[in-house]
Design a protein around this ligand. Structure first.
Ligand code: ADP
Ligand code: MG
Length: 586
């Protein structure tokens, strides 16, 4: 007697559902995307108990005809594509025609829908295990109600976390979809309570709303590079709410998880992320469909790019060139909302212990006054009375005094500037060191006993195609046979690293990202430490010209607004906010 049998449709659906529906938030993702695909301009989500007992999505989109309703919950039924070639033109979220079928197989599902031109709507639900579709009063659009998720699959139910955790997943999914479709009005209710109400707005405003900061404190960049378009927004001050889900990454409007993009973001922000904290970011890439494959997993959250390193370069360079601006340029670092941001203010300033008595003057490397612009000392005092126009006043203003041996107080057209001297100087030195490394030949330290190592075929291929890059990094590597290499010399600066591991890391990174990321970040760390050690320490008494020299250098230095560890190097307290402290005009 044979042992192989065809699985029943019910079991097939439940297995398929396992891939798409992991938890309530996966249902929400599919339903919200269907509503977006329907062309709705208002979509609301209601959940109960973190989505475990009830999920309801209402939209005012195209609606579903009564004869299509039973088909919508059948397996592999879709109105979005007809053949595989349509995938290249597909602009909708859905195309696999399996979400509703999967959801229906693991829950109680009801759909009520009406097309705008129809006078009556229809209702589809399962009665005695049979789908029944009957006329029903309905507003124009579609209303999908899911109850008792996973009640037929207790094993799955046991995997759900607490209602609070599931709620967080639901909220994150809602925000992910609502952010990129910011032209739609979105509402989110949980247990009858309004959680979010996001009227249609542009993406920058919506992201600012989500991060709870004014939109002028966000940096926004839009670029087209070759066939790839990129749009990103991220906060540049320290006042934003750190979101539980920090990165909102989209490819062609779809929420995606992709290592290449995540890596490019991480590397671009590496230099300014304080304490390794990830940044909140919205990042959307538009790329021709033929250069990307979304049909990798039923959830459609994974993508394969035809050219990974091109995507990496676009994301990395666009972000980096936006972040690495000099201090004072192009973004605000205002100490905002004095009442509610007390904590943030102390975060910014309580970074070094204040020693009120300036006892010891630590011997420092002399300041480079060569670049000091020789400002007229008179201009420094009393900007207002001299009536200087704001374009004559540099962004970080002119130094007034040194505070507690740690901060420079300066005056600019907006009000008071406070600069953390060590942080500012540290970045100036760091960028100088980096430039020196780029412009000068890298010193190679010859190894007394060269390191022999055997690579497998694909590693050798990577080495062969990147041998110039490897040698430019300062590695003197000779091929001794088809698979054996000999490392004869290493960069003098990083000679203390384990050369074999470092070299293998470089080969691995070259294969993954097309660049020696891990090594470069180790090198940066080394230079960063050097800069930190050499930068001006607290309690070094400075003259006004020395302070002005620091301010001018910060305005010329890449990443001038942040120290090497991502701390802000300066902050602005505007006259308006100072007036608020003293209740002027009240
Ligand atoms: P897919 O989205 O991949 O096509 P689904 O199972 O999610 O597959 O949906 C099946 C079909 O049901 C869709 O192709 C669409 O025609 C219809 N549909 C589902 N939800 C909606 C909605 N909110 N508004 C209009 N039509 C919908
Ligand atoms: Mg769908």
């Amino acid at each position: 007697m044979g042992i192989i049998a065809q699985l029943s449709d019910v079991v097939i659906d439940q297995i398929a559902a396992g891939e798409i529906i992991e938890r309530p938030s996966s249902v929400i993702k599919e339903l919200l995307e269907n509503s977006v695909d329907s062309g709705a301009n208002t979509i609301s989500l209601h959940i109960a108990d973190g989505g475990t007992t009830r999920i309801e999505v209402c939209d005012n989109g195209a609606g579903i005809e009564s004869e299509d309703l039973p088909l919508s919950v059948a397996r592999h039924t879709t109105s979005k594509i007809k053949s595989i070639t349509d995938l290249n033109k597909c602009l909708t979220h859905g195309f696999r025609g399996e979400a509703l079928a999967a959801i229906a197989s693991v829950s109680n599902l009801v759909i009520i829908s009406r097309k705008s031109n129809d006078s009556k709507g229809s209702r589809l639900e399962k009665i005695d295990n049979q789908w029944v579709c009957c006329p029903s009063p309905a507003s124009s659009g579609t209303n999908v109600i899911i109850e008792k998720l996973f009640f037929k699959i207790p094993a799955r139910k046991r995997f759900l976390k607490s209602k609070a955790t599931e709620f967080t997943h639901c909220k994150n999914t809602f925000l992910q979809t609502a952010l990129v479709h910011s032209h739609i009005n979105w509402k989110f209710n949980s247990n009858g309570k309004e959680i979010l109400n996001l009227p249609a707005e542009n993406i920058l405003d919506r992201f600012a709303n989500i991060c709870r900061v004014p939109s002028n404190t966000l940096k926004e960049v839009k670029k087209s590079i070759g066939p790839i378009k990129i749009h990103a927004c991220f906060p540049f001050s320290s006042n934003e709410k750190k979101l539980s889900n920090k990165q909102f990454v989209y490819v062609n409007g779809r929420v995606i998880k992709n290592r290449t993009i995540a890596h490019a973001i991480k590397t671009a922000f590496e230099e300014i992320n304080h304490g390794g904290q990830e940044t909140n970011i919205f990042l959307s890439i538009l790329i021709p469909n033929e250069l990307v494959d979304f049909n990798v997993h039923p959830c459609k959250t994974e993508v394969r790019f035809k050219d990974n390193s091109a995507v990496y370069e676009v994301v990395y360079n666009t972000l980096k060139n936006t972040i690495n601006r000099p201090a004072g340029e192009n973004y605000t670092n205002e100490i905002i909302n004095l009442d509610s941001h007390q904590k943030n203010i102390s975060d910014v300033f309580a970074t070094e212990k204040i020693n009120p008595e300036i006892k010891s003057i630590i011997k420092q490397k002399d300041l480079d006054l060569e670049n000091f612009s020789g400002l007229d000392e008179k201009k420094v005092t009393n900007l207002k009375s001299e009536n200087l126009s704001s374009n004559q006043i540099p962004p970080l203003g002119f130094a007034l005094a040194q505070l507690h041996g740690i901060y420079i107080l300066a005056e600019n057209s907006e009000g008071l500037i406070i600069v953390d001297i060590h942080a500012g100087h540290e970045r100036i030195l760091f960028e100088e060191y980096k430039k020196n490394i780029e412009s000068k030949e890298i010193q190679i330290q010859k190894l007394i006993s060269p390191i022999r190592l055997e690579l497998d075929d694909d590693e050798i291929e990577i080495f062969d195609t990147n041998s110039i890059l490897v040698s430019n990094l300062g590695f003197d590597v000779v091929k001794v046979s088809s698979n054996w290499l000999s490392i004869e010399g290493v960069p003098a600066l990083t000679k203390n690293l384990n050369s074999k591991i470092t070299f293998l890391e470089i080969i691995e990174d070259l294969s993954k990202f097309g660049r020696a990321e891990t090594y470069e970040s180790k090198l940066l760390k080394f230079l960063g430490n050097l800069a930190c050690k050499s930068a001006i320490k607290a309690n070094r008494i400075m003259t006004i010209p020395e302070m002005n020299s620091i301010l001018r250098s910060m305005e010329r230095t890449d990443y001038g607004g942040k120290c090497n560890h991502g701390r802000p190097s300066w902050a602005q307290l505007s006259i308006t906010n100072i007036d608020k402290i003293f209740l002027r005009g009240k």
